[in-house]
Design a protein. Structure first.
Length: 153
């Protein structure tokens, strides 16, 4: 038996449309896919908190020597896309660098005997003021580190 010829618009692979009805709606992907903006206000706040609290945690666990790592990571990750993140990360980085250097000098002076007090004071100051700055940043309050130098602008 031979099959009867089909009309040109009768494609068996095409989607079926009922006669007289509306076509099915186009496919829309679920939310969350596609283009995302590079930075949001919540993302900026997160990186600012990483800079301040990460600096305090690095100073606490690293004995003042590793407090500069988290602010540097925040600066390199989001400093070029957000001026606010850059400003806060530079503040935290300058502060943690200064107190890391003071802690390093104190550790050299341990053989003299006064270094233990210098390292202890640097550890306390870097940790406590880092936490204070993080709390202020979490509340969207401005905070400038006291006892800080400007190595990086």
């Amino acid at each position: 038996m031979t099959e009867q010829p089909r009309p040109p618009d009768d494609d068996p692979t095409a989607r079926h449309q009922p006669p007289g009805g509306y076509p099915p709606p186009p496919y829309n992907p679920p939310p969350g896919y596609g283009y995302k903006p590079p930075s949001t206000a919540g993302d900026e706040r997160t990186w600012i908190l990483v800079a301040h609290f990460g600096g305090a945690a690095g100073a606490f666990f690293g004995g003042t020597f590793f407090g500069w790592i988290a602010p540097l990571v925040a600066l390199l990750a989001r400093g070029n896309t957000s001026p606010y993140v850059r400003e806060e990360a530079v503040k935290a980085l300058n502060f943690q660098l200064l107190w890391g250097i003071i802690g390093l000098v104190g550790s050299v002076l341990i053989c003299v005997g006064v270094g233990v007090f210098i390292v202890g004071a640097a550890w306390l100051i870097a940790t406590i003021l880092g936490v204070v700055a993080g709390v202020k940043a979490a509340n969207n309050e401005p905070f400038n580190y006291p006892l800080s130098a400007r190595f990086i602008r």
